[in-house]
Design a protein around this ligand. Sequence first.
Ligand SMILES: Cc1cc2nc3c(=O)[nH]c(=O)nc-3n(C[C@H](O)[C@H](O)[C@H](O)COP(=O)(O)OP(=O)(O)OC[C@H]3O[C@@H](n4cnc5c(N)ncnc54)[C@H](O)[C@@H]3O)c2cc1C
Length: 477
Amino acid sequence: MVEHQSDSHVPEMATPSHILMRETTDPVVFHEAVWGRVFNRRRDTSRVPRAVVRASCVAHVRDAVELANRLLCRVSVRSGGHSWAAWSVRHDAVLVDLADLGYMDYDRRRKIASCSPSVTGEVLNKALEGEGRMFAGGHCPDVGLGGFLLQGGMGWNCKNWGWACESIIGIDVVTADARELYCSSTENSDLFWAARGAGPGFPAIVTSFHLLTRPLLQMYNSVFIYPQSMFRTVLQWVIDTCPTADSDTEMVCVAKRTADGDDIDIIAGFLSFKPSKEEAETAMRHVRDSRPAGAKVEVFCEPTDFACQYAGQRDEQPTGYRFCSENAYIGNDVDDVPDVLEKAFTTLPTQKSFALYFAMNPTSRRPLPAMAHSMQSDHYFAVYTIWDDAADDARCTGWVHGIMRDVERYSAGSYMGDADFQHRTTRFWSKKNGERLRDVRRKWDPAGRICGYLDADDRSGVQGLRNEFEWVASTDE
Ligand SMILES: Cc1cc2nc3c(=O)[nH]c(=O)nc-3n(C[C@H](O)[C@H](O)[C@H](O)COP(=O)(O)OP(=O)(O)OC[C@H]3O[C@@H](n4cnc5c(N)ncnc54)[C@H](O)[C@@H]3O)c2cc1C
């Protein structure tokens, strides 16, 4: 644990305008600086940082680390503010907010985009559009690349194109002792290894990502909507179709309440990235021909684009609401995946909540490159519970935790991006990678200066997460 030093022991100096100290800033301004960019309205406001540093250049990021070193407290980082449990807001830490560090560049010759971590997938793709390129960032337009890439990044067509973090070729960082470094597979390679999968326990602050882009293709949407009674048939069809499906098409199965709330729609969605409609139709013909009879709605290869997809995501996960999300990779050895997920898909607790099955095969079946991210299976499952009245907190979070208790025993582990370590202990990496990550964290941040994982009571510190299932004391590979 980091020792704390009271502000009275800090040498007197004029506070620059990008640094807001808790004691000397108007409380309303300070509260806004702490919570204003946090997506989730369900917030633990007992966590109050010592200071907020609004960084608009790398020197400001260094200032934040130096301030934390002087105060002997921790430093927390915010890029896009979209972590469900608001990992950036930590009690008594110096919060460095990267919102104003807005930097983007594109190297035409190498087809590499460089950008700061608060840049979102939507902003990056808009900038790349004119170059005929894209980056497979998060589906939500407003997620920051910082949090998204560090945890692996389940981006567009992840099922086939792999994890978004596999496209990182280098990062610029500020370390826990306030040094600026470049990390790649050949320079500071252990930090580079950790940056691709450590998630919110990365032991440095990324100030820039250097990313391989891909050719921008046309997008075509196919959707088949069924009544709740057909859940098992529809999900099993999606699962069976997946391994041999087209390699430029991502596949989901989503449960959402109907507009009148009386039933639940089971939606099989396929998004194809293809050079032309003809190619999309050819690629999707097998899916259409094999679909179960009884769909209420059928859409086949309708043209769409990023603007339309991002708008849809904003509607599905609107700002201003209270959220609780959790997830699990269901093990490849589970015979009846629909049976395991049926309760989650058919008992959604509120009108806006939804359950998601994201098909991962064949990405899940290939060896991963050398990187911390190492947990995967064919079946990604997540629940997103959405409500607006604080009086529903216990009911909604209780539903999520109940669902996860049932599903957990069938899981191979979980994805950090949709997890909350305060409430659930599970596996996030292979045993070997989890251990190596601990070593890398201890090497680069032995004092635990940079806030690690926000577990129950925020105690994990330099130790990191246990990387074990709740019901098993220790696990073997
Ligand atoms: C509406 C919504 C939709 C989502 N959709 C997807 C999706 O399609 N695919 C997917 O994979 N995930 C998705 N997520 C999950 C999301 O990727 C994670 O919550 C991610 O952590 C958010 O990143 P952020 O930078 O916006 O969050 P922040 O809260 O700003 O950051 C989260 C944490 O990551 C670490 N971190 C962030 N930036 C840095 C940095 N520069 N240096 C060091 N550490 C840093 C810090 O510990 C920080 O507290 C979604 C989340 C939401 C709310």
